[in-house]
Design a protein around this ligand. Structure first.
Ligand code: PEP
Length: 245
């Protein structure tokens, strides 16, 4: 199965920056052995999709609302993302779980809305530093998987230890192997054989220098990249480190 290298641009860049970055990624995207995805802020999705043109780079949102429409000031519905050119959406990112108090049940409802709108969801899970220090990492991630993934889930899961996001601290290959193995087993318990085919991305300070070893860990199906996705050359260097599928 091809690995997926996904860029989460978070709340960075004005429209000219987003278009330049998208063109940079598109220019280097031919002939890679992995799939590429960029997730700009909502307001740049249409311009980024247009800048990418026919290059093999998908575009996604960073969140969506669970409702199709309605009185939800400031929110964006899944069909709106699809309408402006997105085919993916990141859901349950730890910054949304922490800053917006999103619960597993809310993430699950968003996943259902995304799938109904024709979007591929990437559902993020991961423990805090304190939870790992107290040995609760698998209990926390197991609970998030059970609560956030609906029946017959066919999207992607991203394991992102909260303490590794934007900190420069990366989980060791051994920690990643252990957690991705745990997640794989949980997915097989939850979805039977279909659980073996679900990509599990690793996210948390992935850089060109550590990408090759992280992407070679068993059960790592790609990377969700924050900071390093804001430079086309770094993002493409990570993509070149992916295992050919
Ligand atoms: C992220 O926000 O999903 C992320 C992994 O960020 P960073 O790569 O900067 O740690």
């Amino acid at each position: 199965m091809r690995q997926l290298i996904a860029g989460n641009w978070k709340m960075h860049g004005l429209s000219a920056d987003a278009v330049a970055l998208a063109k940079g990624v598109a220019t280097g995207s031919a002939g890679l052995g992995c799939d590429l995805l960029v997730c700009p802020p909502f307001v740049h999705i249409a311009a980024v999709a247009q800048a990418i043109g026919g290059a093999p780079v998908a575009v996604g949102g960073q969140d969506c609302h669970a409702a199709k429409q309605g009185a939800h000031t400031g929110d964006v519905a899944a069909p709106m993302l699809r309408d402006v050119g997105a085919t993916w959406v990141i859901l349950g990112h730890s910054e949304r779980r922490q800053n917006h108090h999103e619960t597993d049940a809310q993430v699950r409802d968003k996943v259902l809305a995304a799938v109904e709108a024709g979007l591929n969801p990437i559902v993020c899970v991961g423990e805090t530093e304190q939870e790992r220090a107290s040995g609760q990492e698998t209990a926390v991630v197991g609970r998030q998987l059970a609560g956030s993934l609906p029946e017959r889930f066919a999207g992607v899961v991203a394991y992102e230890p909260v303490w590794a996001i934007g900190t420069g601290k990366t989980a060791t290959d051994a920690d990643v192997a252990a957690m991705h193995g745990f997640i794989r087993d949980a997915l097989v318990r939850q979805f039977g054989e279909a659980g073996r085919g679900i990509l599990i991305l690793y996210g948390g300070s992935v850089r060109p220098a550590n990408a090759a070893s992280l992407l070679a860990v068993p059960n790592v199906g790609g990377a969700l990249v924050g900071g390093a996705s804001l430079k086309a050359e770094d993002f493409l260097a990570i993509a070149r480190a992916a295992k050919a599928g």
